[in-house]
Design a protein around this ligand. Structure first.
Ligand SMILES: [Zn+2]
Length: 293
């Protein structure tokens, strides 16, 4: 009960741009990467559990990001993602760049009204910045899909790991769409001395996924300050990270209330509104000024 009152006092919208849910039959297997496959049912990455965590943390809207790890799973993964969507859970489409007819698949995802496109280079085993994907990127740009990409390593270093330097190459083919670099642009998935976030255009964003779990608070503030709070999106990476911890990371920071609001929902809301995916109960205009406790 006390928690409920807390949420009301805070009265701030929260949009989690980075979550993963799976069909019940696959949810245990999805936890194998972290050795949590034998966890209690309540902890598994299924829709009901995400909704429960959202209620506890006061999250209004979560974005589900399906990963198509093999080209042959393209249809099935997206069918589930579409079916799993609710008014407070919206789905990006997963895309494997090597699936049989990638242009056609992109059109299908548009027809399915997916909110954006998710890539995971190390799991998909693709060099996302390879010039052979030029046509794919041009099509994504033409369809206007926001794109969210897993950046850096996935626990072990792989040749496919993507860093901001790779995003600079992709931008040549996809200059107009929002590109969201997950995991603080790779900096919580490996510090790479040759990489930086300098001189990336306005349409490139970072999300906070796993920062609370893997990064010092000071590091988070440093990166955010340099990159700009208008281009940082709250993301938890549920079930691998927790929504509450990721919210606390932003709330406990030294940014202003307005900057915290930008990161917790407003930046994401603008991206989703542009593709007609912002639910009606989340108003961008006329949203009254709030105080974040
Ligand atoms: Zn993730």
């Amino acid at each position: 009960m006390e928690e409920r009152q807390d949420e009301q006092r805070m009265n701030c919208r929260i949009i989690d741009i980075h979550t993963h849910i799976y069909p019940v039959a696959l949810a245990r297997r999805a936890m194998e990467v972290t050795g949590h496959e034998n966890d209690d049912f309540k902890k598994l990455p299924i829709r009901e559990n995400l909704l429960a965590r959202m209620r506890e943390a006061g999250v209004d809207l979560s974005v589900n990001l399906p990963v198509v790890s093999k080209p042959q799973n393209q249809g099935e993964v997206n069918r589930f993602a579409k079916e799993a969507a609710r008014k407070n859970i919206i789905s990006f489409g997963g895309l494997h760049p090597d699936c049989e007819n990638v242009i056609e698949e992109l059109e299908k995802l548009k027809d399915m009204e997916m909110a954006g496109i998710k890539f995971h280079p190390p799991f998909q085993k693709v060099h996302l910045d390879d010039p052979k994907y030029e046509e794919m990127w041009r099509k994504i740009n033409q369809l206007g899909f926001p794109v969210l990409i897993h950046m850096g390593t996935a626990r072990i270093v792989r040749p496919y790991d993507l860093y901001p330097s790779g995003i600079r190459k992709i931008l040549k083919f996809a200059p107009d769409i929002p590109i969201i670099m997950a995991h603080m642009g790779s900096f919580c998935m490996m510090k790479n001395p040759d990489e930086d976030l300098e001189n990336l255009p306005e349409n490139v964003f970072i999300d906070t996924a796993m920062s609370a779990e893997l990064e010092e608070a000071g590091e988070f503030e440093k990166i955010t300050r340099r990159f700009g709070t208008k281009r940082v999106l709250y993301g938890s990476d549920f079930p691998y990270g927790t929504q509450k911890a990721a919210i606390a990371r932003i709330k406990d920071s030294s940014f202003t209330d307005s900057e915290k609001e930008d990161m917790l929902w407003r930046n994401a809301a603008k991206i989703l509104k542009a593709v007609g995916k912002l639910p009606e109960n989340i108003e961008l205009q006329n949203f009254r000024k709030i105080t974040i406790k």
